[in-house]
Design a protein around this ligand. Structure first.
Ligand SMILES: [Zn+2]
Length: 205
């Protein structure tokens, strides 16, 4: 019988990831649940310590053949990290993994939303042209080549009153504003409508 090596442990870790914990425990620990000792790999994934130690022997042995501390010393000698988790901590670790998956889904949804918005913003710019809809400022006319095609996109959202936070679904939800006018509509919350800002400009001049 030969003792576990990094190679034999990694093969069993791969097997664990492939078949899952219940099947792994059924195969190498007669289905007995781990007693809160886990081994961590480089990525922080956890494996039931005694079952993994037993499975990594060649040929494999049963976990009843050795004490937890034998496995702890063995894994430690090979540079593995041992985690002792309470039953509550095991549940927490599982929940944290689920939360990570949710985080990933949120991230993907966010990227999709930004891409979709960027497409509609580009369409709106092409549709309305690069002139401020409140004051008529034209960046190219004023700054020459440097100002060409520059205009800011304002998200007209009467429901949330928040610029750029929600989904843009049609170009009607967008208005083209110069930088000054854009700041001015947002100086209050909820922000002014384009029509209201036009009146403000008219009254002031
Ligand atoms: Zn303007």
């Amino acid at each position: 019988m030969s003792a576990p090596t990094i190679g034999s442990i990694e093969r069993r870790m791969a097997e664990f990831r492939r078949i899952g914990e219940p099947a792994f425990l059924a195969r190498y620990a007669r289905g007995r649940a781990p007693r809160h000792f886990y081994v961590a790999d480089d990525t922080g994934d956890l494996y039931p310590m005694k079952a993994l130690w037993a499975a990594s022997h060649r040929p494999r042995i049963m976990p009843a053949r050795f004490k937890p501390k034998d496995a702890i010393w063995g894994f430690d000698a090979l540079g593995y990290e041992i985690a002792k988790l309470s039953a509550g901590a095991v549940a927490e670790a599982a929940a944290a993994l689920d939360a990570q998956a949710e985080e990933g889904q949120r991230y993907r949804a966010e990227v999709t939303r930004i891409r979709r918005n960027a497409k509609i913003v580009a369409e709106a710019k092409a549709h309305y042209g690069p002139t401020c809809q409140a004051c008529g400022f034209d960046f190219e006319q004023f700054y020459g080549e440097r100002g060409r095609d520059y205009i800011e996109c304002h998200h007209v959202d009467p429901l949330s009153g928040q610029d750029g936070k929600g989904d843009v679904t049609t170009i009607e939800e967008l208005a083209m504003l110069c930088s000054n006018c854009h700041r001015m509509v947002h100086r209050t919350n909820p922000c002014l409508t384009i029509e209201e800002l036009r009146e403000v400009i008219e009254q002031a001049s």
